[in-house]
Design a protein around this ligand. Structure first.
Ligand code: ZN
Ligand code: ZN
Length: 895
């Protein structure tokens, strides 16, 4: 890696080679052995991507943020572990393979469970984990030697251990409840997996006649087809309107079945008519009413959400929505449809396939969540957990306070099979929950059958902070790397994953898995739509890497986000979306090439040896850049610590681009070239500040910083910036006077450059300048930096006093310093006067017609207010431009 730097920055020529070199050296694989106090561990658990996933921009953002943080802490000397893995993703992966089967005209039932699971495994082996390679392309410094898969043997054992321990503690139970059912995926879902979507529907008001014909009761419903399974109508027992009817019988229309009217305190008399239909098999609230009144639960639907044999024959086999239309039609025909009102409400949809979820009564396994939620809530209220941004703590609290039991069984084939065996022997019938597979019933020796269902995918992923480290064994990894520190996630999985890991960590390990939870924004397009495959508005991060480099991708993502805000990218303009990163990388490469090629001459250390540079040898520019460098160290370090990554990147960007490349390097050229003495000092300062800046930038742009840093003279061949010590603040560099003085120099140069540009002075043409403060001579700093000002502003002469000439351009700096540049000898004043005169005439014409327009009563009174405002603003802007021109003409002495 000592070959000369290419003249053009070409990321693809450096990135993969550097990544391979990092990996070879094992820089991302921390040792779990005993280490000194300096090697405090720092752990981030990567949200495991689905094993079949392909890298998208959401992963790009999420993993860039994690990599920035882990690289920062690694350089701070911590034993930094970023632990990667992949998730078997039960429903998602099964759906993918089922779709492949469908192309062959087959269903999973055609091939059978065992063969199907084998097909999924071979699919996973063929295509799986490709995303991990893609993560390397964006520079992720994860410890691939510890990569896990949630279905591998080690983690499967942890899943079983967790299930059995929770069962033994009474925290896992089997229950007969209403769960969310996906009729397409044919499985139960947790409450979180049933995504609420605002949907336009109706409320149908249906009349149920009293059995004796003495009247009717009206009930309201958003799902009329469920009336086929009604087994009662409930009213509040104290409701005056209905109290006398409690205990009487209704004739359920369509089905023609007698059902009772029951009094139940859960009924809200103020809602609808105050009477509610009760369908215990198809609604969670009705299920509870049914239990209290011992009502039958009639399941009128098949798993596919067609009407079952429990309903009248003419409905059997109908799709639930066709049945809905038919039920409504029959009520209408019988004169029992009181009214229909449009109604917008939240309807649960399967988070994997988007099908409307059906509440369904069935036997499932649940985790009792309240006892797990309490300590998790406590960890937040006692200040152990920190959310970034803070407001996310409220979401966490609300979810935990309203938590319901977690349905963890899934009617899928791909996943961890539930470790429960049922004895099939007559007269025994015991249920056994076991850590090891059972062949026979331990009680009677009879045949034992394992539960058919698998566990929710999240039941394995909520364990990864410790299962990935070897739990339930007490491994050295577990002892060293649990608990971790930071979790970086998209807000969408706060409940699915982030909060559940806190519960499991507290329960199984007695400690939270991390203390800082950083929930970053979402990647969106310019219309603020989330990037997605189905919308076709995605950007492939690998394409960006190929065209602009991983560093450009990372810098653009990081600089485009602040804490909690979304990142906006334009899928139709890759160039524009990633230009910031690409341009910065180019600038850095060019500055780096210049600095490195000029470091060859003699240099001296800045401190630490007798030959070191003395403070008195430093010029104002040296003291200024050292002070700016120190300020940047402080600013960037604090910003990284507080997760304000864009501010950290911005601070280093300003330092490298403006302070170092545009000013300091330009300022020291005479010394570097030997035109004036002090080249050794300039080289020493340039080396140190550039080295520090590269280290500060490394977490965001790891490749280019490594490529440049490795080429410093005298650098050992095996040294890597990724483990170079993080720069520390240096109190000796603090120098407010130098900052103020050099800033004045910059402002004077900037003002003269501004005047040159404004009057069209040719770049090669020198000018004279007069600089004064309150009419008197300016501070000594300008005198000392006379050479710098003359060179950088291209001056023939600099007079530090008020001039007597009157023809030229002038500017006043914020501190009152006046800058005057005579232009008589620099430009053709006559031609400039003519140009300005023509421009002034054009503006005068515009102003006249604009004044006339706004003087027109009709226009002002009739046009929309914002149009009139816009026209007035135009008038004001043109007036100002005209005044500037008039002043310029005065200064140039135009006639
Ligand atoms: Zn589904
Ligand atoms: Zn038995």
């Amino acid at each position: 890696m000592t070959e000369p730097l290419a003249p053009q920055y070409n990321p693809s020529a450096i990135e993969s080679a550097l990544y391979a070199w990092w990996q070879e050296r094992g820089l991302f694989s921390p040792d779990a052995g005993p280490g000194g106090p300096a090697a405090t561990p720092y752990v981030i658990m990567m949200p495991p991507p689905n094993v079949t996933a392909a890298l998208h921009m959401g992963h790009g953002l999420n993993n860039t943020v994690q990599d920035v943080l882990v690289r920062f802490e690694r350089m701070r000397g911590r034993r930094a572990l970023w632990l990667p893995g992949t998730d078997h993703a039960g429903i998602a992966t099964q759906n993918v393979v089922e779709r492949l089967l469908a192309k062959e005209g087959l269903t999973r039932f055609d091939v059978g469970r065992e063969a199907f699971v084998e097909r999924v495994w071979s699919y996973v082996h063929e295509t799986g984990a490709a995303i991990l390679e893609q993560l390397k392309a964006i520079g992720s410094s994860a410890d691939w030697s510890r990569t896990y898969f949630t279905l591998d043997e080690r983690l499967s054992r942890a899943v079983r251990e967790a299930f059995v321990t929770l069962y033994e503690a009474g925290l896992v139970y089997r229950g007969h409840y209403i769960i969310n059912w996906c009729p397409r995926c044919l499985t139960a879902l947790s409450n979180e997996e049933a995504e609420k979507v605002e949907t336009d529907g109706n409320i149908w008001h249906l009349r149920y006649p009293l059995a004796d014909g003495s009247g009717h009761v009206t009930v309201a419903t958003t799902r009329p087809e469920t009336m086929l399974g009604d087994t009662a109508v409930a009213v509040h027992p104290a409701d005056e309107r209905y109290r006398h009817l409690v205990g009487r019988e209704l004739r359920l229309p369509v089905v023609d079945r007698p059902i009772p009217i029951v009094g139940d305190e859960a009924v809200d008399p103020a809602f609808g008519s105050g009477a509610v239909k009760v369908t215990p098999a198809h609604d969670p609230a009705d299920f509870e009413i049914g239990r209290r009144h011992d009502l039958p639960a009639i399941d009128v639907m098949t798993p596919e959400a067609r009407i079952s044999l429990a309903a009248p024959e003419r409905f059997q086999g109908l799709d639930r929505f066709d049945a809905r239309a038919r039920v409504v039609a029959e009520f209408e025909a019988a004169g029992l449809l009181e009214k229909v009102e449009p109604h917008r409400h939240a309807v649960g949809h399967c988070y994997r396939c988007g099908t409307v979820v059906e509440p369904r009564l069935s036997d499932q396994w649940f985790v009792r969540m309240a006892p797990l939620a309490r300590p998790a809530l406590e960890a937040y209220t006692n200040g152990t957990l920190h959310f970034i941004p803070e407001r996310r703590g409220d979401d966490y609290t609300q979810w935990l306070e309203g938590i319901r039991d977690w349905c963890i069984s899934r009617q899928l084939w791909w996943g961890h099979r539930i470790p429960v065996w049922y004895c099939e022997a007559d007269g025994c019938g015991r249920t056994r929950v076991s850590r090891t597979d059972l062949d026979a019933c331990p009680a009677c020796g009879g045949p034992a059958r394992q539960d058919e269902d698998v566990l929710d995918t999240w039941f394995s992923s909520w364990l990864v902070p410790f299962s990935s480290l070897g739990w339930p064994d007490r491994t050295p990894d577990l002892a060293t790397f649990y608990p971790g520190h930071t979790l970086v996630s998209a807000p969408e999985i706060l409940f699915f994953w982030v909060a559940r890991m806190i519960m499991s960590g507290l329960h199984f390990m007695g400690d939270v898995p991390y203390t800082h939870i950083y929930l970053h924004g979402t990647v969106r397009d310019t219309q603020h739509r989330k990037m997605s495959k189905s919308l076709g508005n995605g950007i492939d991060p690998l394409e960006v890497v190929e065209r602009y480099g991983a560093d450009a991708l990372r810098y653009s993502l990081v600089s485009g986000m602040s804490v909690g805000t979304d990142v906006i990218l334009d899928p139709n303009d890759l160039e524009g979306s990633f230009a910031a990163g690409r341009n910065f990388a180019n600038k850095l490469w060019n500055a780096g090439r210049f600095i490195l090629s000029n470091l060859a001459g003699p240099t001296r250390p800045l401190a630490g040896t007798p030959s070191a540079v003395h403070r008195e040898e430093l010029t104002l520019a040296d003291r200024w850049i050292l002070a700016r460098c120190d300020a940047t160290v402080r600013e960037a370090t604090e910003a990284y610590e507080k997760f304000r990554l864009n501010e950290a990147a911005g601070a280093v960007y300003r330092f490298l681009w403006s302070d170092l490349a545009d000013w300091y390097i330009e300022q020291i050229k005479p010394r570097l070239y030997g035109d004036v003495p002090g080249g050794d000092v300039a080289r020493a300062v340039a080396t140190q500040t550039f080295d520090v800046a590269l280290r500060l930038l490394h977490p965001v742009m790891p490749f280019i910083t490594e490529a440049l840093w490795r080429r410093f003279p005298g650098r050992p061949a095996d040294a890597s910036i990724s483990v170079a010590p993080w720069p520390r603040p240096d109190a000796r560099a603090t120098d407010p006077q130098a900052l103020a003085d050099f800033e004045l120099v910059q402002q004077v140069v900037g003002a003269i450059r501004g005047i040159r540009a404004e009057y069209g002075v040719q770049p090669g043409q020198t000018v004279r300048a007069f600089v004064s403060q309150n009419g008197g001579p300016p501070s000594r700093a300008l005198e000392r930096e006379r050479g710098t000002i003359v060179r950088l502003a291209k001056l023939a002469d600099l007079v530090l006093a008020e001039g007597t000439e009157r023809v030229g351009g002038h500017a006043v700096l914020p501190d009152g310093t006046a800058v005057f540049v005579p232009l008589g000898d620099a430009i053709d004043v006559g031609r400039e006067c003519a140009r300005l005169g023509a421009e002034a005439d054009r503006l005068a014409g515009l102003l006249a017609s604009q004044a006339k327009k706004l003087g027109n009563e009709q226009f002002v009174s009739r046009a929309p207010a914002e149009v009139v405002t816009r026209e007035r603003e135009k008038l004001a802007a043109w007036t100002e431009q005209r005044d500037v021109l008039v002043r310029k003409r005065e200064l140039l002495g135009c006639g």
